[in-house]
Design a protein around this ligand. Sequence first.
Ligand code: GLA
Length: 557
Amino acid sequence: MKSRLLPALALCLALNSLRAADTNAPVVLITKDTNPPVTLVTNTVVAPYILTPPAPATPRINGASVFGVRPGSPFLFTIPATGDRPMEFSVEGIPDGLIIVTNGFEPAFDHLPLGVLKLKPATGQLTGWIAAKGEYKIVLVAKNSKGEAKKNFRIVVGDQIALTPPMGWNSWNCFAGAVSEERVKSAADAMVKSGLINHGWTYINVDDYWQNHRNSKDPTLRGPFRDTNGIIVPNLRFPDMKGMADYIHGLGLKAGLYSSPGPWTCGGCAGSWQHEEQDAQTYAAWGFDYLKYDWCSYGQTDTNQTWPTAQQRAQYQLDFLKQPYALMGSFLREQNRDIVFSLCQYGMGDVWNWGGSVNGNSWRTTGDIVDTWKIMSNIGFKQEQAELFAKPGNWNDPDMLVVGRVGWGRPHPSRLMPDEQYTHISLWCLLSAPLLIGCDMTKLDDFTLNLLSNDEVLALDQDALGKSATCVLTNGNVRIFEKELEDGGRALGFFNLGSAPANLDFNQLAQIGFTGTQHIRDLWRQSDLPDLDAANGVLTMTIPVHGVMLYKLTAAK
Ligand code: GLA
Protein backbone atom coordinates (compact mmCIF):
# COMPACT_ATOMS: atom_id res chain seq x y z
CA MET A 1 0.00 0.00 0.00
CA LYS A 2 2.69 2.37 1.09
CA SER A 3 4.90 1.58 -1.91
CA ARG A 4 2.03 2.17 -4.40
CA LEU A 5 1.39 5.57 -2.91
CA LEU A 6 4.95 6.75 -3.16
CA PRO A 7 5.17 7.46 -6.94
CA ALA A 8 1.92 9.41 -6.80
CA LEU A 9 3.22 11.33 -3.84
CA ALA A 10 6.46 12.15 -5.62
CA LEU A 11 4.53 13.47 -8.63
CA CYS A 12 2.38 15.55 -6.39
CA LEU A 13 5.48 16.96 -4.68
CA ALA A 14 7.03 17.86 -8.00
CA LEU A 15 3.92 19.71 -9.09
CA ASN A 16 3.24 21.39 -5.81
CA SER A 17 6.59 22.32 -4.45
CA LEU A 18 4.98 24.87 -2.18
CA ARG A 19 1.42 24.52 -1.08
CA ALA A 20 -0.56 25.95 1.76
CA ALA A 21 -2.18 23.37 4.03
CA ASP A 22 -5.64 24.63 3.28
CA THR A 23 -5.39 24.71 -0.53
CA ASN A 24 -4.10 22.52 -3.29
CA ALA A 25 -3.71 25.40 -5.67
CA PRO A 26 -0.93 25.00 -8.24
CA VAL A 27 2.19 26.92 -7.46
CA VAL A 28 2.72 30.29 -9.06
CA LEU A 29 6.30 31.32 -8.64
CA ILE A 30 6.93 34.96 -7.94
CA THR A 31 10.61 35.69 -7.89
CA LYS A 32 10.22 39.29 -6.83
CA ASP A 33 8.75 40.07 -3.45
CA THR A 34 5.39 41.65 -4.13
CA ASN A 35 4.40 42.13 -0.50
CA PRO A 36 0.96 40.59 -0.35
CA PRO A 37 -0.99 41.93 2.62
CA VAL A 38 0.04 40.42 5.92
CA THR A 39 -2.72 38.46 7.65
CA LEU A 40 -3.53 39.72 11.13
CA VAL A 41 -3.40 37.77 14.37
CA THR A 42 -5.61 34.70 14.56
CA ASN A 43 -7.45 33.59 17.67
CA THR A 44 -5.37 30.44 18.08
CA VAL A 45 -3.42 30.62 21.31
CA VAL A 46 -0.13 28.73 21.29
CA ALA A 47 1.63 28.22 24.61
CA PRO A 48 5.31 29.22 24.67
CA TYR A 49 7.43 26.27 23.59
CA ILE A 50 11.17 25.90 23.78
CA LEU A 51 13.18 24.78 20.76
CA THR A 52 16.80 25.55 21.63
CA PRO A 53 18.55 22.61 23.33
CA PRO A 54 20.47 23.56 26.48
CA ALA A 55 24.14 24.42 25.91
CA PRO A 56 26.44 21.48 26.76
CA ALA A 57 28.59 21.39 29.92
CA THR A 58 31.70 21.24 27.73
CA PRO A 59 33.04 24.66 26.65
CA ARG A 60 31.69 26.22 23.49
CA ILE A 61 32.93 29.59 22.24
CA ASN A 62 30.07 31.60 20.74
CA GLY A 63 29.62 34.97 19.09
CA ALA A 64 31.33 36.61 16.16
CA SER A 65 34.65 35.43 14.76
CA VAL A 66 35.82 38.98 14.06
CA PHE A 67 36.22 42.13 16.15
CA GLY A 68 37.01 45.61 14.85
CA VAL A 69 38.85 48.27 16.83
CA ARG A 70 40.53 51.54 15.84
CA PRO A 71 44.28 51.94 16.34
CA GLY A 72 45.09 52.86 19.93
CA SER A 73 41.47 52.83 21.13
CA PRO A 74 40.73 51.05 24.39
CA PHE A 75 40.12 47.41 23.59
CA LEU A 76 37.31 45.62 25.39
CA PHE A 77 36.11 42.23 24.30
CA THR A 78 34.76 39.45 26.45
CA ILE A 79 35.09 35.94 25.03
CA PRO A 80 31.53 34.60 25.02
CA ALA A 81 31.52 30.95 26.02
CA THR A 82 28.99 28.52 27.43
CA GLY A 83 29.84 25.49 29.54
CA ASP A 84 30.40 24.65 33.19
CA ARG A 85 32.25 27.15 35.33
CA PRO A 86 34.96 27.56 36.49
CA MET A 87 36.37 28.04 33.02
CA GLU A 88 39.87 29.06 32.07
CA PHE A 89 40.41 31.24 29.03
CA SER A 90 43.64 31.62 27.11
CA VAL A 91 44.82 32.77 23.69
CA GLU A 92 47.08 30.89 21.27
CA GLY A 93 48.82 31.70 18.01
CA ILE A 94 49.64 35.24 19.06
CA PRO A 95 51.23 37.07 16.11
CA ASP A 96 54.66 38.68 16.41
CA GLY A 97 54.56 42.07 18.03
CA LEU A 98 51.28 41.55 19.86
CA ILE A 99 51.62 40.84 23.55
CA ILE A 100 48.92 39.16 25.58
CA VAL A 101 49.39 39.38 29.31
CA THR A 102 47.67 36.79 31.47
CA ASN A 103 47.37 36.74 35.25
CA GLY A 104 49.29 39.97 35.66
CA PHE A 105 52.42 38.36 34.21
CA GLU A 106 54.15 40.98 32.06
CA PRO A 107 56.83 39.51 29.80
CA ALA A 108 59.91 41.63 29.21
CA PHE A 109 60.07 43.08 25.73
CA ASP A 110 62.96 44.92 24.18
CA HIS A 111 61.04 46.73 21.48
CA LEU A 112 57.83 48.72 21.42
CA PRO A 113 55.06 46.18 20.85
CA LEU A 114 52.26 46.64 18.30
CA GLY A 115 49.84 46.24 21.12
CA VAL A 116 49.33 44.87 24.60
CA LEU A 117 46.17 43.02 25.62
CA LYS A 118 45.44 41.80 29.12
CA LEU A 119 43.39 38.64 29.49
CA LYS A 120 41.48 37.75 32.65
CA PRO A 121 41.64 33.95 32.53
CA ALA A 122 38.55 33.43 34.69
CA THR A 123 36.18 35.68 32.74
CA GLY A 124 37.70 35.90 29.26
CA GLN A 125 37.83 39.71 29.39
CA LEU A 126 40.43 41.11 27.00
CA THR A 127 41.42 44.75 27.52
CA GLY A 128 44.30 46.90 26.32
CA TRP A 129 45.15 48.54 22.99
CA ILE A 130 46.69 47.80 19.62
CA ALA A 131 48.54 50.64 17.92
CA ALA A 132 49.16 49.36 14.42
CA LYS A 133 46.51 48.87 11.78
CA GLY A 134 46.25 45.34 10.47
CA GLU A 135 44.59 42.00 10.88
CA TYR A 136 45.65 39.90 13.85
CA LYS A 137 44.67 36.24 13.79
CA ILE A 138 44.55 34.48 17.14
CA VAL A 139 42.97 31.36 18.58
CA LEU A 140 40.65 31.72 21.57
CA VAL A 141 40.70 28.85 24.02
CA ALA A 142 38.18 27.98 26.75
CA LYS A 143 38.82 25.06 29.08
CA ASN A 144 36.83 23.52 31.94
CA SER A 145 36.74 20.19 33.80
CA LYS A 146 34.70 18.66 30.96
CA GLY A 147 36.88 19.66 28.02
CA GLU A 148 38.27 22.38 25.82
CA ALA A 149 37.08 24.54 22.91
CA LYS A 150 39.08 26.60 20.43
CA LYS A 151 37.97 29.22 17.96
CA ASN A 152 39.82 31.11 15.24
CA PHE A 153 39.37 34.82 15.82
CA ARG A 154 40.35 37.90 13.81
CA ILE A 155 41.05 41.27 15.37
CA VAL A 156 40.86 43.91 12.66
CA VAL A 157 42.56 47.14 13.66
CA GLY A 158 41.41 49.81 11.24
CA ASP A 159 38.94 52.60 10.62
CA GLN A 160 35.82 50.50 10.86
CA ILE A 161 34.16 49.21 14.04
CA ALA A 162 30.97 47.19 14.59
CA LEU A 163 32.14 44.62 12.05
CA THR A 164 29.16 42.53 13.12
CA PRO A 165 25.82 44.00 14.26
CA PRO A 166 25.83 45.28 17.87
CA MET A 167 24.07 42.99 20.35
CA GLY A 168 22.84 44.16 23.72
CA TRP A 169 20.02 45.75 25.68
CA ASN A 170 18.33 49.18 25.52
CA SER A 171 16.11 50.71 28.18
CA TRP A 172 13.41 52.21 25.93
CA ASN A 173 11.00 49.39 25.03
CA CYS A 174 10.72 48.42 28.67
CA PHE A 175 11.16 51.51 30.84
CA ALA A 176 10.83 54.46 28.43
CA GLY A 177 10.69 57.59 30.65
CA ALA A 178 11.04 55.56 33.87
CA VAL A 179 14.69 54.63 33.42
CA SER A 180 17.25 55.10 36.21
CA GLU A 181 20.87 54.25 36.96
CA GLU A 182 19.71 51.51 39.31
CA ARG A 183 17.60 49.91 36.58
CA VAL A 184 20.42 50.11 34.08
CA LYS A 185 22.87 48.48 36.49
CA SER A 186 20.32 45.75 37.25
CA ALA A 187 19.98 45.10 33.53
CA ALA A 188 23.76 44.77 33.28
CA ASP A 189 23.84 42.40 36.26
CA ALA A 190 21.08 40.33 34.69
CA MET A 191 22.95 40.15 31.38
CA VAL A 192 25.72 38.35 33.27
CA LYS A 193 23.61 36.32 35.72
CA SER A 194 21.23 35.07 33.02
CA GLY A 195 24.23 33.85 31.03
CA LEU A 196 23.27 35.95 28.00
CA ILE A 197 26.76 37.49 28.05
CA ASN A 198 28.02 34.01 27.14
CA HIS A 199 26.15 34.22 23.84
CA GLY A 200 27.69 37.52 22.75
CA TRP A 201 25.20 40.04 24.20
CA THR A 202 27.35 43.06 25.05
CA TYR A 203 25.88 46.58 25.09
CA ILE A 204 23.86 48.08 27.94
CA ASN A 205 22.29 51.18 26.45
CA VAL A 206 20.49 53.99 28.23
CA ASP A 207 17.90 55.55 25.94
CA ASP A 208 16.08 58.85 26.46
CA TYR A 209 15.43 60.40 29.94
CA TRP A 210 18.91 60.42 31.46
CA GLN A 211 18.96 64.20 30.84
CA ASN A 212 16.77 66.85 32.45
CA HIS A 213 13.32 67.42 31.02
CA ARG A 214 11.96 70.73 29.72
CA ASN A 215 8.63 70.63 31.59
CA SER A 216 8.07 67.34 33.42
CA LYS A 217 6.23 67.39 36.74
CA ASP A 218 8.56 64.66 38.00
CA PRO A 219 11.17 66.39 40.23
CA THR A 220 13.78 63.71 39.42
CA LEU A 221 13.71 64.95 35.82
CA ARG A 222 14.04 68.66 36.63
CA GLY A 223 17.27 70.59 36.94
CA PRO A 224 19.77 72.52 34.84
CA PHE A 225 20.22 71.23 31.31
CA ARG A 226 23.86 72.22 31.20
CA ASP A 227 26.44 73.61 33.64
CA THR A 228 28.02 77.04 33.28
CA ASN A 229 30.58 75.61 30.85
CA GLY A 230 27.87 74.11 28.69
CA ILE A 231 28.49 70.51 29.80
CA ILE A 232 25.33 68.41 29.81
CA VAL A 233 23.95 67.69 33.30
CA PRO A 234 22.35 64.27 33.86
CA ASN A 235 19.13 64.19 35.88
CA LEU A 236 18.90 63.12 39.53
CA ARG A 237 18.26 59.51 38.58
CA PHE A 238 21.76 59.31 37.10
CA PRO A 239 24.04 60.65 39.84
CA ASP A 240 27.26 59.15 38.45
CA MET A 241 27.47 58.56 34.71
CA LYS A 242 31.15 57.62 34.76
CA GLY A 243 30.63 55.32 37.73
CA MET A 244 27.79 53.62 35.87
CA ALA A 245 29.88 53.11 32.71
CA ASP A 246 32.78 51.79 34.81
CA TYR A 247 30.41 49.39 36.53
CA ILE A 248 29.15 48.10 33.16
CA HIS A 249 32.71 47.70 31.87
CA GLY A 250 33.70 45.88 35.04
CA LEU A 251 31.19 43.21 34.13
CA GLY A 252 32.82 42.79 30.72
CA LEU A 253 29.99 44.67 28.98
CA LYS A 254 29.85 47.99 27.12
CA ALA A 255 27.80 51.12 27.77
CA GLY A 256 25.55 53.11 25.45
CA LEU A 257 23.76 56.47 25.57
CA TYR A 258 21.11 58.43 23.65
CA SER A 259 20.71 61.99 22.40
CA SER A 260 19.05 64.05 19.69
CA PRO A 261 20.58 66.68 17.39
CA GLY A 262 17.79 69.15 18.08
CA PRO A 263 17.34 71.25 21.24
CA TRP A 264 15.06 68.49 22.64
CA THR A 265 15.01 64.72 22.46
CA CYS A 266 11.87 62.89 21.38
CA GLY A 267 10.85 62.64 25.03
CA GLY A 268 11.40 66.38 25.68
CA CYS A 269 14.76 66.18 27.46
CA ALA A 270 17.82 68.29 26.66
CA GLY A 271 19.31 67.47 23.25
CA SER A 272 22.75 68.15 21.79
CA TRP A 273 21.86 71.19 19.64
CA GLN A 274 24.88 73.52 19.44
CA HIS A 275 26.77 71.40 21.98
CA GLU A 276 27.66 68.49 19.73
CA GLU A 277 31.41 68.58 20.24
CA GLN A 278 31.13 69.02 23.98
CA ASP A 279 28.66 66.16 24.17
CA ALA A 280 30.88 63.81 22.17
CA GLN A 281 33.75 64.71 24.51
CA THR A 282 31.60 64.20 27.59
CA TYR A 283 30.33 60.80 26.46
CA ALA A 284 33.91 59.71 25.79
CA ALA A 285 35.13 61.06 29.14
CA TRP A 286 32.37 59.15 30.93
CA GLY A 287 33.44 56.02 29.01
CA PHE A 288 30.49 55.36 26.72
CA ASP A 289 30.89 53.03 23.76
CA TYR A 290 27.69 53.63 21.80
CA LEU A 291 25.52 56.61 20.90
CA LYS A 292 21.99 56.40 19.53
CA TYR A 293 21.30 59.76 17.91
CA ASP A 294 17.65 60.56 17.21
CA TRP A 295 16.14 63.23 14.99
CA CYS A 296 13.42 64.84 17.12
CA SER A 297 13.25 68.64 17.19
CA TYR A 298 16.07 69.03 14.68
CA GLY A 299 13.44 69.88 12.06
CA GLN A 300 12.57 73.08 13.92
CA THR A 301 16.10 74.38 13.35
CA ASP A 302 15.35 74.50 9.59
CA THR A 303 15.62 78.08 8.34
CA ASN A 304 12.91 77.32 5.79
CA GLN A 305 14.70 79.00 2.95
CA THR A 306 13.06 79.13 -0.42
CA TRP A 307 14.74 77.62 -3.45
CA PRO A 308 14.27 78.47 -7.11
CA THR A 309 13.93 74.85 -8.25
CA ALA A 310 12.46 71.70 -6.78
CA GLN A 311 15.78 69.97 -7.45
CA GLN A 312 17.66 72.52 -5.37
CA ARG A 313 15.11 72.18 -2.61
CA ALA A 314 15.47 68.37 -2.67
CA GLN A 315 19.25 68.64 -2.48
CA TYR A 316 18.93 71.10 0.37
CA GLN A 317 16.61 68.71 2.15
CA LEU A 318 19.04 65.83 1.75
CA ASP A 319 21.91 67.98 3.01
CA PHE A 320 19.72 69.05 5.91
CA LEU A 321 19.04 65.41 6.78
CA LYS A 322 22.73 64.50 6.68
CA GLN A 323 24.10 67.57 8.43
CA PRO A 324 23.51 66.73 12.12
CA TYR A 325 24.78 63.18 11.65
CA ALA A 326 27.89 64.30 9.77
CA LEU A 327 28.58 66.75 12.59
CA MET A 328 28.16 64.34 15.50
CA GLY A 329 29.77 61.51 13.50
CA SER A 330 32.95 63.51 13.00
CA PHE A 331 33.11 64.57 16.67
CA LEU A 332 32.68 60.98 17.79
CA ARG A 333 35.55 59.95 15.51
CA GLU A 334 37.79 62.53 17.19
CA GLN A 335 37.42 60.88 20.59
CA ASN A 336 40.03 58.57 22.02
CA ARG A 337 37.65 55.64 22.25
CA ASP A 338 35.48 53.73 19.79
CA ILE A 339 31.86 54.88 19.97
CA VAL A 340 29.37 52.98 17.83
CA PHE A 341 27.20 55.59 16.07
CA SER A 342 23.56 54.55 15.70
CA LEU A 343 21.41 56.86 13.57
CA CYS A 344 17.73 57.01 14.49
CA GLN A 345 15.99 59.07 11.83
CA TYR A 346 13.53 56.43 10.61
CA GLY A 347 14.99 55.96 7.12
CA MET A 348 14.45 59.55 5.90
CA GLY A 349 16.26 60.42 2.68
CA ASP A 350 17.02 56.72 2.13
CA VAL A 351 19.59 56.82 4.90
CA TRP A 352 21.01 53.43 3.83
CA ASN A 353 22.56 55.27 0.85
CA TRP A 354 24.57 57.69 2.97
CA GLY A 355 24.55 56.60 6.66
CA GLY A 356 28.03 55.09 6.33
CA SER A 357 29.44 58.29 4.81
CA VAL A 358 28.60 60.22 8.01
CA ASN A 359 30.34 57.59 10.16
CA GLY A 360 27.08 55.83 11.02
CA ASN A 361 27.45 52.20 12.05
CA SER A 362 23.72 51.54 11.93
CA TRP A 363 20.62 53.43 10.92
CA ARG A 364 16.98 52.93 11.72
CA THR A 365 15.07 52.14 8.55
CA THR A 366 11.56 52.55 9.97
CA GLY A 367 9.35 54.16 12.60
CA ASP A 368 9.07 52.74 16.10
CA ILE A 369 8.33 49.09 16.68
CA VAL A 370 5.49 47.89 18.92
CA ASP A 371 4.89 44.35 20.21
CA THR A 372 2.11 43.46 17.77
CA TRP A 373 2.28 41.12 14.80
CA LYS A 374 1.01 43.85 12.52
CA ILE A 375 3.78 46.31 13.33
CA MET A 376 6.63 43.82 13.78
CA SER A 377 5.86 41.97 10.55
CA ASN A 378 5.23 45.12 8.56
CA ILE A 379 8.64 46.40 9.60
CA GLY A 380 10.55 43.13 9.27
CA PHE A 381 9.18 42.05 5.91
CA LYS A 382 9.53 45.46 4.29
CA GLN A 383 13.25 46.00 4.38
CA GLU A 384 13.94 45.18 0.74
CA GLN A 385 15.05 48.69 -0.26
CA ALA A 386 17.76 48.72 2.37
CA GLU A 387 18.89 45.09 2.46
CA LEU A 388 21.70 45.35 -0.09
CA PHE A 389 23.35 48.17 1.87
CA ALA A 390 24.18 46.10 4.96
CA LYS A 391 27.86 45.35 5.34
CA PRO A 392 30.48 45.05 8.09
CA GLY A 393 30.37 48.32 10.02
CA ASN A 394 27.11 49.55 8.40
CA TRP A 395 23.84 47.94 9.45
CA ASN A 396 20.17 48.50 8.71
CA ASP A 397 18.27 48.79 11.98
CA PRO A 398 14.60 47.74 11.88
CA ASP A 399 14.36 48.80 15.57
CA MET A 400 14.79 46.97 18.85
CA LEU A 401 13.43 43.61 19.91
CA VAL A 402 9.99 43.25 21.46
CA VAL A 403 10.28 39.87 23.19
CA GLY A 404 10.03 39.34 26.95
CA ARG A 405 8.38 41.91 29.24
CA VAL A 406 8.16 45.12 27.24
CA GLY A 407 5.77 48.03 27.51
CA TRP A 408 7.34 51.53 27.49
CA GLY A 409 6.93 52.16 31.20
CA ARG A 410 4.09 49.68 31.68
CA PRO A 411 5.80 46.33 31.18
CA HIS A 412 3.68 43.35 30.17
CA PRO A 413 4.58 40.06 28.46
CA SER A 414 5.15 40.68 24.74
CA ARG A 415 1.88 40.50 22.85
CA LEU A 416 3.62 38.58 20.08
CA MET A 417 2.63 34.91 20.02
CA PRO A 418 5.47 32.43 20.57
CA ASP A 419 5.74 31.64 16.85
CA GLU A 420 5.71 35.34 16.05
CA GLN A 421 8.63 35.73 18.43
CA TYR A 422 10.54 32.95 16.66
CA THR A 423 9.82 34.83 13.42
CA HIS A 424 10.98 38.13 14.95
CA ILE A 425 14.35 36.77 16.11
CA SER A 426 14.92 34.68 12.96
CA LEU A 427 14.13 37.57 10.66
CA TRP A 428 16.27 40.11 12.53
CA CYS A 429 19.19 37.64 12.45
CA LEU A 430 18.71 36.99 8.74
CA LEU A 431 18.62 40.74 8.08
CA SER A 432 21.92 41.25 9.98
CA ALA A 433 20.10 43.72 12.23
CA PRO A 434 21.47 45.14 15.46
CA LEU A 435 19.95 42.99 18.22
CA LEU A 436 18.90 45.12 21.17
CA ILE A 437 16.80 43.37 23.75
CA GLY A 438 14.00 45.67 24.87
CA CYS A 439 12.61 43.83 27.88
CA ASP A 440 12.99 43.90 31.65
CA MET A 441 16.18 41.88 32.04
CA THR A 442 15.45 41.13 35.67
CA LYS A 443 12.28 39.24 34.73
CA LEU A 444 13.47 36.99 31.91
CA ASP A 445 11.29 33.89 31.61
CA ASP A 446 12.62 30.57 30.26
CA PHE A 447 11.00 31.02 26.86
CA THR A 448 12.53 34.46 26.29
CA LEU A 449 15.93 33.36 27.55
CA ASN A 450 15.81 30.38 25.23
CA LEU A 451 14.81 32.58 22.32
CA LEU A 452 17.81 34.83 22.93
CA SER A 453 20.42 32.15 23.47
CA ASN A 454 20.37 29.94 20.40
CA ASP A 455 23.97 30.30 19.24
CA GLU A 456 23.35 28.82 15.81
CA VAL A 457 20.58 31.33 15.14
CA LEU A 458 22.61 34.24 16.56
CA ALA A 459 25.56 33.12 14.41
CA LEU A 460 23.54 34.14 11.33
CA ASP A 461 23.31 37.68 12.65
CA GLN A 462 26.95 37.76 13.67
CA ASP A 463 28.28 36.18 10.48
CA ALA A 464 31.46 37.98 9.42
CA LEU A 465 30.44 38.26 5.75
CA GLY A 466 27.85 40.80 6.90
CA LYS A 467 25.31 40.29 4.13
CA SER A 468 21.62 40.74 4.79
CA ALA A 469 19.15 38.12 3.67
CA THR A 470 16.77 38.91 0.84
CA CYS A 471 13.44 37.39 -0.07
CA VAL A 472 14.19 34.95 -2.89
CA LEU A 473 10.78 33.34 -3.31
CA THR A 474 7.23 34.24 -2.38
CA ASN A 475 4.28 31.97 -2.67
CA GLY A 476 1.00 33.23 -1.29
CA ASN A 477 1.63 33.69 2.40
CA VAL A 478 5.00 31.96 2.48
CA ARG A 479 8.16 34.02 2.11
CA ILE A 480 11.58 32.44 1.73
CA PHE A 481 14.57 34.51 2.80
CA GLU A 482 18.12 33.55 1.98
CA LYS A 483 21.34 34.80 3.57
CA GLU A 484 24.85 34.02 2.31
CA LEU A 485 27.35 33.13 5.01
CA GLU A 486 31.12 33.48 5.32
CA ASP A 487 31.79 29.73 5.29
CA GLY A 488 30.02 29.32 1.95
CA GLY A 489 26.85 28.03 3.61
CA ARG A 490 23.49 29.70 3.17
CA ALA A 491 20.64 30.19 5.60
CA LEU A 492 17.06 29.79 4.46
CA GLY A 493 14.14 31.12 6.49
CA PHE A 494 10.66 29.94 5.52
CA PHE A 495 8.10 32.33 7.01
CA ASN A 496 4.37 31.73 7.08
CA LEU A 497 2.47 35.01 7.11
CA GLY A 498 -0.88 33.28 6.72
CA SER A 499 -3.53 32.34 9.25
CA ALA A 500 -3.28 28.55 8.73
CA PRO A 501 -0.26 26.29 9.15
CA ALA A 502 1.59 25.88 5.84
CA ASN A 503 2.68 22.41 4.73
CA LEU A 504 5.54 22.78 2.32
CA ASP A 505 7.19 20.23 0.11
CA PHE A 506 9.95 22.44 -1.08
CA ASN A 507 11.76 21.17 -4.18
CA GLN A 508 13.15 24.38 -5.61
CA LEU A 509 16.67 24.35 -4.21
CA ALA A 510 18.14 24.19 -7.71
CA GLN A 511 16.01 27.11 -8.76
CA ILE A 512 17.55 29.32 -6.09
CA GLY A 513 21.07 28.31 -6.99
CA PHE A 514 21.87 25.25 -4.89
CA THR A 515 23.74 22.37 -6.53
CA GLY A 516 24.96 18.94 -5.44
CA THR A 517 24.28 17.34 -2.08
CA GLN A 518 23.41 19.71 0.74
CA HIS A 519 23.72 19.19 4.49
CA ILE A 520 20.64 20.63 6.15
CA ARG A 521 20.64 21.91 9.70
CA ASP A 522 17.50 22.97 11.55
CA LEU A 523 18.93 25.93 13.47
CA TRP A 524 16.29 26.42 16.14
CA ARG A 525 16.36 22.71 17.06
CA GLN A 526 20.12 22.45 16.42
CA SER A 527 19.63 19.13 14.68
CA ASP A 528 20.61 17.73 11.27
CA LEU A 529 18.10 16.60 8.69
CA PRO A 530 18.99 13.98 6.06
CA ASP A 531 21.22 15.35 3.27
CA LEU A 532 19.35 16.49 0.16
CA ASP A 533 20.23 16.46 -3.50
CA ALA A 534 19.58 20.00 -4.73
CA ALA A 535 18.38 18.75 -8.13
CA ASN A 536 15.52 16.58 -6.94
CA GLY A 537 15.44 16.64 -3.13
CA VAL A 538 12.33 17.72 -1.26
CA LEU A 539 12.45 19.58 2.03
CA THR A 540 9.20 18.81 3.79
CA MET A 541 8.05 21.04 6.61
CA THR A 542 5.05 22.46 8.42
CA ILE A 543 5.37 26.14 9.25
CA PRO A 544 3.15 27.28 12.12
CA VAL A 545 0.88 30.29 11.75
CA HIS A 546 3.10 33.41 11.67
CA GLY A 547 6.02 31.09 12.39
CA VAL A 548 9.25 30.09 10.73
CA MET A 549 11.46 27.16 9.81
CA LEU A 550 15.08 28.22 9.78
CA TYR A 551 17.77 26.11 8.11
CA LYS A 552 21.43 26.33 7.24
CA LEU A 553 22.49 24.55 4.07
CA THR A 554 26.11 23.61 3.45
CA ALA A 555 27.48 21.79 0.43
CA ALA A 556 28.47 18.22 1.35
CA LYS A 557 32.13 17.55 0.65
C1 GLA B 1 12.13 57.75 19.35
C2 GLA B 1 12.92 56.50 19.03
C3 GLA B 1 12.75 55.50 20.16
C4 GLA B 1 13.20 56.12 21.47
C5 GLA B 1 12.43 57.41 21.72
C6 GLA B 1 12.97 58.15 22.92
O1 GLA B 1 10.77 57.50 19.34
O2 GLA B 1 12.50 55.93 17.83
O3 GLA B 1 13.48 54.31 19.90
O4 GLA B 1 14.58 56.35 21.42
O5 GLA B 1 12.53 58.27 20.60
O6 GLA B 1 12.23 59.29 23.19
